[in-house]
Each structure stands twice: as structure tokens, then as C-alpha cells.
Design a protein around this ligand. Structure first.
Ligand code: ADP
Length: 299
């Protein structure tokens, strides 16, 4: 009888140990899961977990996540500071740049030697370039930090393309470039305003770099996962080596110095594409023109 009682007690104890162990493992797994879920959502805070009550494994994960949350916060704060600094620079330079343009204008209205006139025109052009540069900087920094958000919606692409083409028709005409729209049926999930800006950047380059007598064609096409807006030109083309660099911030190819620009258009275009789940691609060869394609996700 006593023997059975002892066996029973041992079995009960073993069962209790197994149940307790399972409960403890489940609790640890749940806490690890909670920590990881919070880290993935970006809501992890060391304060939500009491370190003194964590197991060794949980404690190590807690330390790791606390350190990454801290460094993420630092990066975010630094980005915000840079963005605020750029906004300040933009705000504080507005009046001096506007004054520069005004004085250059007043100067050009004075009786000047031809050399003096050239200098006044150069001051005006440089002031305008500075203004464009500052505006581009503010725009990219606001896009990067998420202050300017994109709002992609499903819709037809052609209105964005047509509006962009209308803006560049006169400039193309003045330069003797034929600007045409080919096939234009296509739909995507995209932000109308920003996509129009991206297409404008591609058209601006196509018209700017294509010599008089050339052609620029815009087409829209649906594919299985993406729709494309393709801008084809008969310009100077871009070497393979340059193609890898032209999407960089402030990068201008060595041959582009005569043309106006600050080297931000393609960088911005890529940002706009990526912020809405798309991408930009270039196909080109020196002397053979270029094709820039903006891919946007299908609805
Ligand atoms: P920007 O035109 O102000 O220089 P972008 O970022 O728009 O700046 O373009 C970067 C560089 O890519 C340009 O300096 C130019 O060398 C090259 N590029 C862009 N588009 C074309 C094009 N359609 N044809 C030839 N070169 C181009």
C-alpha cells in the first residue's frame, strides 16, 4: 500500500514538474513573441518589460532590442535635426537670394559694357541655380524623412502623363524637338502629384539633353505586376559606367555641365518611385539615345 502511495506521489510530482515547465516555457515564448512583435511594429520600449523578471534568454533579447531601439531613436533624431537645419537654411536664404536676383535685374537695366551685361546675366543665372538647389534640397530631405508623404491611389496613368507633357510642349517646340505621346493606356496604384513630378523630371532631362531636331516619346504600358511610363529620347545617350551613377544625389555626368541643372532630378525620381513601391530603370548607349522607364505597381 505504502509502495503505491510513494509511486503515486512521485508520479504526481513528475506531472507537476512537467506542467510547470511547460507553463514556464509557454510564458517565456509569449514574452519573447511580445518583444519581437513590439520591435517589428516599432513600439518596443524597455519600460514595457520588467528586466528583473526575465529569464537569461529574454534578458539578452531585451538588451539587444533596447540597444537597437536607442540607436533607431538617435538616427530618427539626427534625421529630424538635419531636416530642421535644411528648412532653416531655406528660410534664411530666401530674402538674400531674392535680393541678389533683384539687384542683378537692376544692374542689367543700367548702361553697361557687353562684358558687364554678361556678368549681370551670370549673377542672375547663378542666383536662380542657388534657389533651385535649395528648393530641391528641401524637397528631398522632406521626402526622405517622411514629412512629405505620398498617397498612392488606384487609377489611370494617362492624366499624369498628359499634364507633364503639356508642361514641356513649349520648351520642346522652342528647341525644335518633336515631343509625342504614344500608347497611353495603363493603370497603377500611384500618387498623382508626385508621379507627375517624376515624369516632369524625366521629360526635363530628355528635352534638355536631346539636341535640336531630335524626338522625345512618352508611352504608358501595362505589364503583369507593374505599369510603365517610358520616356525615350534621341539624345547623346549615357555610357554604362555613367548609368550606375546618374541616380546619385547631385551627380552630373561630365558631359552635362553646359546644360542647366543641379543633379537632383533622377535622385528625386527614384525616391518618388520607391516610396510608392515602384522603381526606375535606364537603358542607353552613348550616341544612341536613352530610355527611362518608371515602373509603378498594378492595382
Ligand atoms: P541634372 O539634369 O540636373 O544634371 P539629373 O539627376 O536629372 O540632374 O540627371 C543626372 C545626370 O544624368 C545628368 O547630369 C546627365 O548627365 C544624365 N542624364 C539624365 N537624363 C539624361 C538623358 N535623357 N540623356 C542623357 N543624359 C542624361
Amino acid at each position: 500500500m505504502t509502495k503505491y502511495l510513494v509511486i503515486g506521489a512521485v508520479l504526481l510530482l513528475a506531472l507537476t514538474v512537467v506542467i510547470y515547465d511547460r507553463w514556464r516555457t509557454a510564458r517565456t515564448m509569449k514574452r519573447l513573441d511580445d518583444m519581437l512583435t513590439a520591435a517589428i511594429n516599432g513600439s518596443f520600449s524597455e519600460k514595457n518589460f520588467d528586466e528583473s523578471r526575465l529569464s537569461a534568454l529574454e534578458s539578452r533579447l531585451w538588451r539587444y532590442l533596447t540597444a537597437s531601439a536607442l540607436s533607431e531613436r538617435n538616427v530618427r533624431e539626427q534625421k529630424d535635426q538635419i531636416s530642421a537645419l535644411i528648412s532653416d537654411i531655406s528660410h534664411q536664404t530666401k530674402t538674400p537670394v531674392a535680393n541678389l536676383q533683384l539687384y542683378a535685374q537692376l544692374l542689367s537695366e543700367q548702361p553697361l559694357t557687353p562684358q558687364g551685361k554678361d556678368c549681370a546675366a551670370a549673377i542672375s543665372a547663378q542666383a536662380e541655380k542657388l534657389q533651385n538647389l535649395i528648393e530641391a534640397l528641401v524637397k528631398t530631405s522632406r521626402l526622405e524623412t517622411g514629412i512629405l508623404a505620398l498617397h498612392p491611389q488606384p487609377g489611370e496613368i494617362s492624366p499624369a502623363v498628359e499634364r507633364a507633357v503639356t508642361q514641356y510642349a513649349a520648351r520642346a517646340g522652342e528647341k525644335g524637338i518633336t515631343l509625342t505621346v504614344g500608347q497611353k493606356e495603363g493603370s497603377a496604384v500611384f500618387d498623382l502629384k508626385w508621379t507627375e513630378e517624376a515624369v516632369c523630371n524625366l521629360l526635363d532631362n530628355a528635352v534638355k539633353y536631346t539636341p535640336p531636331g531630335g524626338t522625345v516619346t512618352v508611352e504608358v504600358k501595362n505589364y503583369e505586376l507593374f505599369s510603365t511610363i517610358r520616356v525615350t529620347d534621341t539624345g547623346p545617350g549615357i555610357s554604362e559606367e555613367e548609368q550606375a551613377k546618374i541616380f546619385g544625389r547631385f551627380y552630373r555626368a561630365p558631359g552635362a555641365w553646359q546644360a542647366e541643372g543641379v543633379g537632383i532630378g533622377l535622385y528625386l525620381t527614384r525616391q518618388i518611385a520607391e516610396k510608392q513601391g515602384g522603381y526606375v530603370k535606364v537603358e542607353s548607349a552613348l550616341g544612341k539615345g536613352s530610355v527611362f522607364s518608371l515602373f509603378l505597381p498594378r492595382p
